[in-house]
Design a protein around this ligand. Structure first.
Ligand SMILES: N[C@@H](CCC(=O)N[C@@H](CS)C(=O)NCC(=O)O)C(=O)O
Length: 211
């Protein structure tokens, strides 16, 4: 059984989507980051960086295994099951390329835009302009890729798509006003969002945790 420590954010939902896609049994432990539950001693023992998501796989290699960082978790789950990530060859490295692109670029930039344009009471024009431009650029890079191939790694749906889905959805919902004028021209990205969003496992994963 896998213990999933998560909250209702794009980074958390990547892991619940992957667990649903892979049909792995899991128990959800909500960590309310709005109430600072990510600083509780029990959580810090498995996630010393005080961020969700984290898992404990009771049936890990050689015994229970705890993991934090969504990219590491997605790679682990894919390799545990032999699905959603090619074992070798170009599609494996394309999936890892886009997975790392999301972890290092799309997620942090959209996260910063959300903070400065939506959540912060102090609306800094410099910060909002900087993160709007970078978020729009990254979404443009993704749209161009999806104009060439149906999924980020190529022909197949992989953990790269799972990693990007909830963040890209947030760009069209939570960040819609901040990114107004930067989304309408991205038809391939929008078609991919619909394609991925129609998957029943994605819909189930997006409903975790029940808050
Ligand atoms: N690079 C990390 C980012 C995780 C992350 O930023 N989690 C946020 C929620 S989306 C969090 O737990 N924030 C709580 C905090 O910073 O105290 C990953 O991909 O797992």
């Amino acid at each position: 059984m896998i213990q999933l420590h998560t909250w209702s954010t794009p980074n958390g939902r990547k892991v619940s989507i992957a667990l649903e896609e892979l049909g792995l049994p899991y128990t959800v432990h909500p960590v309310n980051i709005g109430k600072d539950e990510q600083f509780a001693a029990d959580f810090l023992r498995i996630a010393p960086n005080n961020k969700i998501p984290a898992i404990v796989d009771e049936d890990g290699p050689g015994g229970p295994l705890s993991l934090f960082e969504s990219g590491a978790i997605l790679t682990y789950l894919a390799e545990k099951t032999g699905r959603l990530l090619a074992a070798s060859g170009p599609e494996r490295y394309k999936a890892l390329e886009w997975l790392h692109w999301q972890i290092g670029g799309l997620g942090p930039m959209l996260g910063q835009l959300g903070f400065f344009a939506v959540r912060s009471a102090d609306k800094s024009p410099l910060a909002i302009d900087r993160f709007t431009a970078e978020a729009a650029r990254l979404l443009g890079v993704m749209d161009k890729r999806l104009n060439e191939v149906p999924y980020l790694a190529g022909a197949e749906y992989t953990i790269a798509d799972i990693s990007c889905y909830a963040w890209t959805l947030a760009a069209t919902t939570f960040l819609k006003d901040a990114l107004a004028g930067h989304l309408d021209d991205k038809a391939s990205l929008r078609a991919w969002l619909d394609r991925v969003g129609e998957r029943p496992a994605v819909q189930r994963g997006m409903a975790v945790p029940k808050t």
